[in-house]
Design a protein around this ligand. Structure first.
Ligand SMILES: [Zn+2]
Length: 542
């Protein structure tokens, strides 16, 4: 393998080594996923961003302005899996964050794995691995291509945001244990004890230091890109009557489960950056000739969006501050790895809808779907129609799971039961579309919502009937934003590439999130993840 860095030791600093470096591989790839970042957060808050964060990536890198998720449901687990595998739930199997497992007849979590234990905490529920993800990630392919010498580290406040990107062969994935601990922890899937640098970080007062007051970064009067601070569309924190600045976290932490409150503030992003920078040093990432991969996911914007909504001052402040985190990260990469020696991509795992109650207040069609009523009505109908109770085992992620053994026992035709349910629920308020599993596995859809559903449909894991709610209709409380649909507000997310091997430019041509991993694979000249269906975005690559 041609290796630029061995050469650069000989002719350090010369034009020759520069030229060689241009042809070689980056020493480090940094994948940044922002949890719940709509594309318009780049443009809406543009005037508030500095030149060293998002704008540095945009102006000196490549901006794919029309990048979309290409399946339903747009949630965190499937989002991270799809970005890093270059494929969709149909193939990678992460059909949601939680789903009803047809075999064991229980709801399971996308990264839970009780065959492993937690490391760094005694929390017995903190047992995770990537094993439910059925295909390889770009990070796995890098590990294999380098005979496991290229290091891969995943970091996120949310376990699934760290575990899925890091893949099956990672050196480590770390996530934040909240409550009264405030420590970065991992799983015996990766190791039996925390490395010294992680221990040292956990013993420091960095996390505690963020128990301070959250006020706006700039004067709130200048936050003209978001709605009024006091309105009817925001959740807020226990222990404070209004969802308005400032938030005294030292006081509020006792009413909001200790360190968990940090996750719901921009300080969660600060803490994630602090830890990522510690990993850079602790693991010596990007220091040798073999490409390493640091997969960072910023989870806090999702918690903040769910709490305060897309149009809130809190979201505006979160992105103003995240811009500073990106700047801090890039500056450290310049210093430690060297400008031109690393490649960054930044995207999101999904977008979010404006708070439906807010949309209603400005006459845009939006509403709330009352899941409990739907479940009751459908169960009553099915019981009456087929003269049997319990035919519906579960309804989750807008999919109805039928009790197939009882259906067989009663000598009912499965296709017929699915069809009857579709014809019934299509009459219900807010159910916009409905399809049978048979339709999903026998037809081929190229465009529209049907194609998105099909790419999210996993024949072994998904349900018997799939339904789609109308635009801006969510099953959620009256405050805060949510996501999961195939509409543009959920599918349209940023995709920025920057650094080694990346051209400067932008495009409004449609790209899809499944193109990210193949693009990075092409950049690194390694195999594509084994289930990848996306293609390298060739105009991005130098
Ligand atoms: Zn979310």
């Amino acid at each position: 393998m041609f290796n630029c860095n061995a050469q650069s030791n000989v002719v350090k600093g010369s034009a020759l080594s520069e030229a060689i470096m241009q042809q070689g591989k980056p020493k480090l790839v940094v994948g940044i996923v922002v949890d719940q970042m709509r594309y318009d957060y780049l443009t809406r808050f543009d005037s508030k961003y500095g030149s060293g964060g998002f704008k540095r990536l945009i102006n000196n890198g490549f901006n794919c302005k029309n990048n979309h998720f290409n399946y339903i449901p747009t949630y965190t687990g499937p989002g991270h899996a799809s970005i890093y595998t270059g494929t969709t739930p149909k193939y990678h199997g992460i059909i949601s964050n939680n789903w009803y497992d047809k075999e064991i007849k229980k709801v399971i979590y996308c990264v839970s794995d009780t065959t492993y234990n937690s490391v760094g905490t005694d929390d017995k529920y903190n047992r995770f691995s990537p094993q439910k993800m059925q295909v390889s990630t770009v990070t796995d392919e890098l590990r294999m291509a380098t005979q496991m010498q290229g290091k891969v580290i995943g970091i996120a406040i949310k376990d699934r945001g760290a575990v899925l990107p890091a893949g099956h062969t990672a050196n480590a994935a770390y996530w934040l244990q909240g409550g009264n601990e405030g420590n970065w922890v991992t799983s015996t899937f990766y190791m039996d004890e925390l490395p010294k640098w992680v221990d040292k970080f956990n013993k420091s007062d960095v996390a505690e230091g963020y128990f301070k007051t959250w006020d706006t970064y700039y004067d709130i009067e200048t936050y003209t890109e978001s709605g009024g601070d006091l309105n009817d569309f925001e959740g807020g924190f226990n222990g404070k009557v209004t969802a308005t600045f400032p938030y005294d976290l030292t006081k509020l932490k006792d009413f909001n489960n200790g360190f968990d409150i940090l996750k719901l503030t921009p300080y969660g992003n600060n803490l994630t950056t602090d830890f990522a920078l510690a990993a850079l040093d602790g693991e010596q990432l990007g220091k040798d000739d073999i490409t390493d991969f640091l997969a960072i996911s910023y989870s806090s914007p999702d918690y903040i969006g769910h709490n305060f909504g897309v149009n809130s001052k809190e979201i505006e402040d979160t992105y103003i501050r995240l811009d500073k985190d990106i700047e801090r990260l890039l500056n450290k990469l310049d210093a430690k790895v060297g400008q031109g020696n690393y490649t960054v991509f930044l995207t999101a795992d999904h977008g979010a809808v404006d708070v439906p109650a807010y949309l209603q207040s400005i006459n845009i069609p939006a509403d709330y779907f009352i899941y409990g009523d739907f479940k009751k009505q459908l169960n009553e109908f099915v019981t009456k129609r087929f003269k049997a109770s319990g035919l519906i085992e579960s309804i989750s992620n807008n999919q109805v799971f039928l009790d197939r053994s009882t259906i067989a026992l009663l000598d009912l035709d499965l296709d017929d039961v699915q069809e009857v349910i579709v014809n019934e629920i299509i009459n219900y308020k807010h159910i916009d579309k409905a399809y049978t599993a048979t339709t999903m596995s026998s037809m081929n859809f190229d465009t529209g919502i049907e194609a998105l559903l099909q790419k999210g449909f996993n024949q072994k894991r998904s349900g018997d009937v799939l339904y789609v709610l109308g635009p801006a209709v969510i099953s959620y409380g009256k405050t805060g934003s949510h996501h999961g649909s195939g509409f543009n507000y959920d599918t349209h997310v940023p995709l920025l590439f920057y650094g080694h091997g990346i051209k400067k430019g932008s495009t409004v041509a449609r790209t899809e999130v499944t193109d990210v991993a193949p693009t990075v694979s092409a950049l690194l000249n390694i195999s594509f993840p084994n289930g990848a269906i996306g293609k390298p975005i060739e105009f991005v690559l130098d």
